[in-house]
Design a protein around this ligand. Structure first.
Ligand SMILES: Nc1ncnc2c1ncn2[C@@H]1O[C@H](COP(=O)(O)OP(=O)(O)OP(=O)(O)O)[C@@H](O)[C@H]1O
Ligand code: NI
Length: 354
């Protein structure tokens, strides 16, 4: 299938690791379309497979992990690219020039003994780019992330604050003009104010450079301010996907609803979301049936034996739950998100519906 509105198409993606205890499948039969110029958020608890799924967009899953299935990248012009079949040298080009990724924790991977300027120059050199033209773009990018190029280019990473480093990294990732930028937990180490300013900044960058953004986070409140669509991962696959409004006002998977219920105030960021009761899924000993059934109040015999496919909730919205149309009654959200977020915690502590 070729769709000009789709930039990345993922089909039957599996990511596996061979472990002593057996094969660990950390992404299971995932399907996903990323639309050109959208901001897609990926959310889910720690270990659910978010980074593995997104790394597969550039065939960058860490060794010895193996990605199988299909990842197709559709450039604006030209033939579709089968990402998992690219050679090492093709990948090197693809990874910065088509799809760039700011990896989780990448702020600490700046080389401490070279200046930010050197990071830009080496990236341009490695890709045989014209250095003066590329450095002009670097300056422009640094300005658009509100950094002073003269000061930043001569700095070493340790001389910058966390927020400055993160912005420098985003500028660096855009220097070869990728169409898709994947950001894995880009705000995790930042204070609240800086998190919010990165979000504003990403919106501006997206408009200015025609970017498609994939944004991975634990922070649902932050995502609702940035994302056009949200994909929810549970146990190594996407269990619900829809527009941000679909998920906020009509969440149709019991896991998403539990997630919303543990996020009573969408104006307050969450650090961790392992508050849902029950044990975490195991990527080696995968259980039969729906992966969420041990934690699900709606689970019945079918859920324990059959793995639910993605069910269509609406044109824009899918949920991997046999009972997606009953989830709203079965898993109520106490601080209903269809009321305006309160400024205090009263909605959560009073236990009231409004
Ligand atoms: N090098 C590795 N070898 C084997 N298994 C791994 C390796 N790295 C990660 N995993 C497993 O893969 C699964 C998915 O990891 P992934 O990093 O995608 O999770 P995540 O959703 O991004 O979590 P987090 O929010 O903590 O970053 C995890 O359960 C983890 O145990
Ligand atoms: Ni991760």
């Amino acid at each position: 299938m070729s769709n000009t509105d789709t930039i990345v198409e993922v089909r039957d993606l599996n990511v596996t690791f061979q472990m002593n205890r057996g094969q660990s499948r950390v992404v299971r039969d995932a399907d996903l379309d990323v639309a050109r110029n959208e901001t897609l958020g990926i959310i889910g608890e720690s270990g659910s497979g978010k980074s593995m799924l997104a790394s597969s967009f550039l065939n960058a899953v860490v060794e010895p992990g193996v990605s199988t299935g299909e990842v197709t990248y559709h450039p604006e012009d030209g033939e579709p690219v089968s990402v998992l079949e690219l050679s090492e040298s093709e990948l090197n080009r693809f990874r910065w020039e088509e799809v760039a990724m700011v990896f989780q924790g990448a702020m600490s991977s700046f080389n401490p003994v070279t200046t930010i300027r050197t990071h830009f120059r080496e990236t341009l050199q490695d890709h045989n780019r014209d250095i003066p033209a590329g450095m002009d773009r670097a300056r422009e990018l640094l300005e658009s992330v509100y950094l002073d190029p003269d000061r930043i280019l001569d700095s070493y990473a340790h001389e910058l604050s966390g927020g400055m480093k993160q912005r420098a990294l985003i500028a660096l990732s855009l220097v070869l003009e990728p169409d898709l930028l994947v950001l894995d937990e880009p705000t995790a180490a930042l204070d609240l104010l800086m998190q919010r300013s990165i979000v504003t900044l990403l919106r501006e960058l997206q408009a200015e450079y025609d970017l498609t953004l994939v944004f991975i986070t634990h922070d649902l409140p932050l995502l609702t301010k940035l994302a056009d669509r949200i994909a929810v991962m549970y146990a190594f696959n996407i269990v619900e996907i829809g527009t941000t409004d679909d998920l906020l006002y009509n969440a149709s998977h019991p896991y998403t609803r539990a997630l919303l219920d543990t996020t009573p105030d969408l104006n307050v960021p969450v650090d961790e979301m392992n508050i849902i009761e029950g044990s975490k899924p195991d990527p080696v000993d995968h259980i039969p049936g729906c992966s969420y059934h041990p934690r699900c109040p709606m689970a019945d015999a079918q859920c324990r034996s059959d793995d639910p496919p993605m069910m269509t909730v609406s044109d824009s919205h899918e949920s991997a739950c046999f009972y997606y149309d009953e989830a709203d009654d079965a898993v109520p959200i106490s601080a209903a998100p269809d009321t305006p977020p309160t400024t205090s915690q009263s909605a959560a502590t009073d236990g009231g519906e409004n």
